[in-house]
Design a protein around this ligand. Sequence first.
Ligand code: PLP
Length: 389
Amino acid sequence: MTGDPFANTLERTFARLRDQDLWRRRERRSSPQAPSVQMEGETLLSFSSNDYLGLASDPRLVEAWCQGARRYGVGAGASHLLGGHTKAHHELEEALAAFVGTPRALIFSTGYMANLALLAVLCPRHGRVFEDRRNHASLIDAAGLAQADRHRYRDVAGLRRALTKAGSGGIVVSDGVFSMDGDMADVPALLTLAQTHGAGLLLDDAHAFGVVGPQGRGTPAAHGLGHDPALVHMGTLGKAFGVFGAFVAASAEVVEALIQGARPYIYTTALPPALAVCAMASLAIAIAEEYRRAELYERIREFRAGATQLGLRILPSSTPIQPVILGDAGRALDASARLRAQGLYVPAVRPPTVPAHTARLRVTLSAAHTRDHIERLLAALATLPRDTA
Ligand SMILES: *Cc1c(COP(=O)(O)O)cnc(C)c1O
């Protein structure tokens, strides 16, 4: 035995992770997020980012960030309730509320924290939460921390059964676009069911804003739905908007409840104001530059057509998340390594992030990819060993 109280247990955990091909590692990128990245000294064509509109390294946003920093400095210096809330945060909140079509919006430092805050405030202890099995980890953790009475569902029919059995009230929680499969939730069905049973709907549109619906206004807008007081909308600024941070768009009452009572809102430093200035510029670009979504959807179409022709196992996704299912973790790692040897960066996603036996290459596409990039990806995928199972 060593004198280190942690080492022995941790070594056993590490050995198990390595045995099961579940060891995770970080790679050092030394260039901006873009289709072509410098990683560990190599130039790679990347299909891994959530920068769906290609805005993360847009020079106009770099300039907006610098202007914001010149005006406000680099740190907010305090929490929102104790002097950290700036005009820049406030304007961004108003712009986001107008974008989503809700009475109000509230900025959070991360989507993870926004979800923790939402369930803490919207779900009384032992209150009922109905959650899609494929929900993002932050929603799952949020329901756990809220000490909710949890009901998992697999599909709309399962949700209907769970709601009927449980009685009136509670909150239905779902990703708008599922982060590992790329498909969209049936938002009209979820909202109707929730309302029929006196429940609310919390929709996490982290992967939808900027991408899905007219002008990228999210999954409800994609289904022709407007604001509804039963619907609470969460989005992030770090994916299609290319920046960082998150927001909740909802009724004035829900936003006020978060300000008054949500610990992940109250007890943390406000987002750097320069970042809010930058996100404001990004939102304007994302709305105005429709051609980015057109390019993105063209790349999605090209990829799906090519992958289908190759006989790859893809999923019914109409979004930039286009996983190629490979099965076990070792096979996904091997495929990722083979693509890497051909100059492509396509990370493997393994359990527990995805269910057992569905390890995959998580291909994500961006408006910044060209047709030629997609062809390179398809040519490399064609060289992978065929499924012998
Ligand atoms: C990325 C993501 C989050 C977390 O957002 P961050 O701002 O990165 O913390 C939450 N929910 C979903 C569905 C996500 O994909």
